[in-house]
Design a protein around this ligand. Structure first.
Ligand SMILES: [Zn+2]
Length: 206
């Protein structure tokens, strides 16, 4: 199977949403629709959204979720440890950044991500990688050698641990776990450009 992965940069923090589609199919999975639903809609075109997967509960990864779920009827999945953040502007960071403004859009109703998820003809392995938040996950497509790393691992960096639910100790453990994946694994982070496990692993002594 070949999977087509398209990044859509969303909102003022330039969060990466990903449209992930198995070749030849008319449906797709959207990872972290962070903001700007009209832009995401244009990028989707005629593709049907089969599921919305969240790497974690921070506001910059979820602002378009309510509108997208309401319009498409797609189920939303998040790790249970971050579920409480979705509709809590204090815990998901929105209040701090937006100076007390209320979060826009309908409330988000999410299902619990387990260890695997099959959607739109793709089998995602869900790696629980806490540290940036308690319920941070990386979504892994082993057959494709592709990993959606959220804010856990970036090209040339890793997630901050000073926000609600963050833990430096856990983040180090999570990075060790990711660095055990095949070196050629392509990494698609929540911000910035793509990289590989091998390139990132070479930067650190863990
Ligand atoms: Zn984050």
């Amino acid at each position: 199977m070949t999977v087509d992965i398209r990044a859509v940069s969303c909102g003022m923090i330039q969060e990466n949403a990903y449209i992930v589609r198995a070749e030849g199919r008319g449906d797709c999975v959207v990872v972290d629709p962070g903001d700007d639903y009209p832009k995401l809609k244009r990028a989707l075109g005629d593709l049907r959204v089969a599921a919305i997967l969240l790497t974690h509960g921070h506001f910059d990864h979820i602002l378009a979720v309510g509108a997208m779920a309401a319009e498409t009827g797609a189920p939303v999945y998040v790790h249970p440890d971050d579920a409480q953040m979705l509709n809590d502007a204090g815990k998901n960071g929105y209040l701090d950044l937006m100076d007390g403004a209320a979060m826009p859009g309908p409330a988000v109703d999410a299902l619990a991500l387990g260890e695997r998820l099959n959607a739109a003809g793709m089998d995602f392995e869900v790696l629980h990688t806490p540290g940036h938040s308690r319920g941070s996950v990386c979504l892994y497509l082993p057959g494709e050698g592709a990993l959606f790393s959220g804010d856990t691992l970036f090209c040339g960096g890793f997630g901050r641990t000073d926000l609600y639910g963050g833990s430096q100790r856990q983040l180090v453990e999570s990075l060790r776990r990711l660095f055990a994946l095949p070196a050629e694994t392509r990494v698609y982070p929540g911000h910035g450009g793509a990289t590989t496990i091998g390139a990132e692993k070479a930067r650190y002594r863990l």
